[in-house]
Design a protein around this ligand. Structure first.
Ligand code: SER
Length: 878
């Protein structure tokens, strides 16, 4: 059974049990501050469990792209070393939202595994929650009884809180679970050791495949559990492990999910991967296998994250992606001996293999390949530099142990992996002070933890069960009541309150547009709202203080001036997107955007720097649409498929509902939840202010509209006026500037000639002043020349012989400067160095500098020190 068939059968089975099949949510989460990536199938449904939103169907099933590389669930460092952990994996899942519970969930799981997939019952074990008195959660008798009707009692195992009580994070929905484990060992092995004793014991062939969670509780901020309003089911089955079981393999990497990728790596590296069936492999082969597993695992995580819109970067989710990719590069570099970018070549294989079910990987293939290739190239350069630095560290180290702080510096500043440092040091016969490294690492972690610490209290619910409605498309003011309040305390912003209203005109940050600001006004007081954000389905209004009377009636008022400025920039962004596609081509796709009252920023896929002409064309295109005074045509709640069919642009990595909102200005049509102008004329004018690269194949344009353009032109006009006044009000400014430049060139030439003459004269006089000390021709003297003149003079005097030591001091334009010239022969014979001389003497003029061994200069601040410097110079020759 191919992996494609396995996936299809799962979805078909649950469709036949009345489940709605939905697509996987993007791997990167946008509106959830507690989670960076989807780490389980249920993450996208969290709000349904909490009762903050209503699902389309109370039975849903899907396969979800998951990533477990940060936060509570993090498998990154295990990946490669075993045969069944992954960074990215697919989780097949079925859900009941307040509908069926344990009986159906368990019976269907059993039916699917044993009757559809036909896994022999004697290979399966199940676990049931044993209960936990501290949490006040009893033994799961109900699950036990259901299982007893399906499977021998001695195949049911009791599990503790760690194994059988599932929680997504420190807070949120949770509950006891029942896991299904499969024993894939040979009959001989089974006869020797019972599978039961190996369950939950990290045995590579006795693994959990399916977790059935019975969501009943919500974990609160203080750690206590409260009952959820309804009972739900959340199941998750590891797709790759299931494929292993169904394809008769003992390693996930031997299934067709991975073999095409592995074959490609073999082809590129000329190395061989050995399947898990091959026993007694050499140490060398084991290392190769690990590295290949790391590479083929990590490329999936990175490629899907990029396809879903998350580029590698230095912060947040982007940094996690960069670290995963770097881990793969580093394994390729050290163990597969590949010193050039190669991982990007696997994207084509992946697209071919998974593109049918996940179309994003196919349509984004080129971009994903480019981004990975560029990241590889840049990290390989870093590795090169790091190796060089490590070489220096080793040379400097006089003991057999290299300090942990040094290794940490390499890791922290250059991203040089610590295990690579340790390996290289071992090869060179050095020890690494690992304890020192760990201490430095812990200290840094503590620092960054402290900086990002946020404590979030539980919600105080004032009006229960109220679903917040957004009314901001039609109005900027609304009569409201507060439904809930929560206090948060962060190192960054101090204490803030998050306020949820029964309805709100405030736009929450999203789709690139910043959140609205404004006020909550009651009969007695006014509360400033400093920002508005979304957390899953709730719209949070941020305030520095709470109203005295939180139960009062308020008018929520959006700051209309700021909103107008943002909406002009947002509508201009749509027009620019259209302009870019029409001028550069339809390969242009949005990769990121920011819209605030001051400016707009737009990232898009395009392979070359935009020319001046193209930029002008884009500006003209947008300004033409502004002049056409195109009215906004807004369509709410149209079916997604219809909108796309009518030509609306949808973005990858964005999660759209079945019904969407389309924004149309003339020919521009996009799916968008943002706030827009009613007519393009409101934008007044559009001006691009910068264009540059953000990553391989991704450009960034920044632009301004309306008031900002006026300010931009006004500031130019101001500067121009000042220039005009400074030039004494000429008729033609440009002509005046040109003639000034010409005059300047002429004068510079004259000065050069005069300085030359002066150098000649000085040379004649100074030759006589040269003294002989220790067989060296020595002169230290202040001269009245500019720095170029001093250099010329030094070379002129230097030409006179081959044993000159010369220090010239100048104070041109009140800036002290020392110039040292030493004949090359002296540099060699007497071990003199001009760079060292100016550094030493530079201290007298409060300055520094350097250069070559025979010629160096130092500039400083203290003219009064020149005399001392010149007097000291003689000591070098003495
Ligand atoms: N949430 C559970 C898990 O991730 C089941 O889907 O294991």
């Amino acid at each position: 059974m191919t992996s494609q068939d396995v996936r299809k059968q799962f979805l078909d089975f649950f469709a036949s049990k009345g489940h709605l099949i939905v697509p996987s949510a993007p791997i990167v989460l946008k509106d959830d501050p507690t989670l960076m990536f989807n780490n389980s199938g249920m993450a996208q449904f969290k709000e349904y469990f909490l009762g903050n939103a209503t699902p389309k169907s109370n039975r849903i099933a899907d396969t979800q792209k998951c990533l477990r590389v940060s936060g509570k669930h993090n498998d990154l460092e295990d990946v490669g070393f075993d045969t069944y952990h992954h960074t990215m994996f697919e989780m097949l899942g079925n859900w009941s939202f307040g509908d069926y519970f344990k009986k159906e969930a368990i019976n269907w799981a059993w039916e699917l595994l044993t009757e559809v997939y036909k896994i022999p019952k004697e290979n399966l074990y199940v676990s049931v929650f044993e209960g936990n008195p501290e949490e006040n959660v009893p033994f799961d008798q109900e699950a036990w009884d259901i299982w007893k009707g399906l499977i021998d009692e001695d195949r049911i195992i009791l599990g503790n809180k760690k194994d059988n009580f599932w929680e997504m994070g420190d807070q949120g929905p949770c509950g006891p679970c029942s896991e299904i484990h499969v024993d894939l060992r040979s009959e001989e092995e089974k006869a020797l050791v019972s599978g039961k004793s190996l369950v939950n014991n990290d045995h590579p062939q006795v693994v959990e495949i399916w977790n059935n969670v019975f969501m009943e509780f919500n974990r609160k901020a203080d750690g206590s559990l409260e009952k959820l309003p309804a009972q739900h089911v959340d199941t998750g089955m590891g797709f790759e492990r299931l494929c292993m079981a169904l394809q008769g393999k003992t390693s996930n990497y031997d299934t067709d999910v991975f073999t095409p990728l592995i074959e490609k790596v073999e082809q590129i590296t000329g190395l061989k991967y050995t399947s898990n069936e091959v026993l007694n492999i050499s140490e060398e082969q084991n290392k190769t296998n690990i590295a290949i597993r790391v590479v083929v695992d990590h490329v999936r995580a990175v490629a899907f994250a990029i396809a879903d819109g998350q580029l590698p970067s230095n912060t947040g989710a982007g940094y996690v992606i960069r670290r995963i990719l770097r881990r793969a590069i580093r394994y390729g570099f050290t163990f597969l001996n590949i010193k050039e970018p190669f991982i990007n070549q696997l994207v084509a294989v992946l697209a071919n293999q998974m593109g049918e079910f996940f179309p994003e990987i196919k349509s984004q293939q080129q971009l994903v390949t480019n981004v990975i290739r560029e990241e590889e190239a840049s990290f390989l350069r870093t590795l090169d530099q790091g190796l060089q630095l490590l070489e220096n560290v080793v040379t400097e180290t006089k003991t057999a142990t290299v300090s942990g702080t040094k290794a940490f510096e390499l890791y922290d500043t250059f991203g040089f992996p610590i295990d690579l440092t340790a390996l290289i040091l071992r090869e060179k016969g050095f020890e690494l002070d690992e304890a020192g490294f760990n201490t430095a690492m812990q200290a840094q972690k503590a620092r960054s933890r402290a900086a990002s610490e946020v404590s979030t209290e539980d919600w105080s619910v004032l009006i229960p069960g109220n679903v917040e409605t957004f009314v901001g498309y039609d109005q900027s003011e609304s009569d409201v009541k507060i439904t809930r309040i929560r206090k948060i305390d962060s190192k960054k912003d101090g204490i803030l309150y998050q306020i949820v209203l029964n309805n709100t005109p405030f736009y929450p940050e999203g789709g690139g547009q910043v959140g609205d600001k404004g006020t909550l006004v009651s009969a007695n007081e006014t509360i400033e709202i400093i920002d508005t954000k979304k957390e899953n389905n709730l719209i949070l209004h941020f305030a520095k203080k709470l109203p005295e009377n939180v139960n009062a009636s308020f008018t929520a008022k959006v700051n209309q001036d700021l909103r107008n400025l943002s909406s002009r920039n947002h509508s201009a962004t749509h027009l620019m997107h259209q302009a870019l596609r029409s001028i550069l081509g339809t390969h242009v796709e949005q990769k990121g955007s920011l819209v605030n009252p001051t400016y707009l920023r737009f990232d898009f896929s395009h392979f070359a720097k935009m020319t001046e002409t193209e930029l002008q064309q884009v500006e003209d295109f947008v300004n033409a649409r502004i002049q056409e005074q195109l009215p906004l045509i807004e369509r709410r709640n149209i079916p997604f498929a219809q909108a796309v069919q009518e030509g609306a642009m949808a973005l990858f990595g964005e999660k759209y509902g079945d019904e969407v909102r389309a924004i149309k200005f003339g020919e521009s049509m996009e799916l968008c939840g943002g706030i827009h102008v009613k007519n393009t004329a409101e934008i007044w004018h559009f001006k691009i202010v910068s264009e540059g690269a953000v990553a391989a194949g991704i450009r960034r344009v920044e632009a301004i509209t309306s008031d900002a353009v006026k300010a931009h032109f006004a500031s130019y006009e101001n500067t121009l006026n000042e220039v005009k006044i400074a030039l004494k009000n000429p008729q033609d400014i440009l002509k005046a500037v040109h003639s000034m430049q010409e005059e300047n060139t002429k004068l510079a030439k004259q000065i050069e000639a005069l300085v030359k003459d002066k150098v000649k004269n000085l040379k004649a006089g100074l030759t006589a002043e040269i003294q002989e000390i220790n067989g060296i021709q020595f002169l230290a003297k202040q001269v009245d020349l500019n720095p170029e003149g001093a250099k010329d003079l030094a070379y002129e005097l230097g030409n006179l012989g081959n044993n000159l030591f010369l220090v010239l001091a100048t104070a041109d334009e009140e800036k002290p400067m020392l110039t040292c010239y030493i004949s090359k022969e002296l540099v060699a014979d007497k071990n003199l160095n001009a760079g060292q001389v100016v550094r030493e003497l530079g201290k007298f003029i409060q300055g520094g500098g350097g250069g070559q061994p025979f010629f160096a200069t130092a500039g400083g601040k203290n003219i009064a020190g020149i005399q001392n410097a010149l007097e000291k110079a003689v000591e070098f020759v003495k």
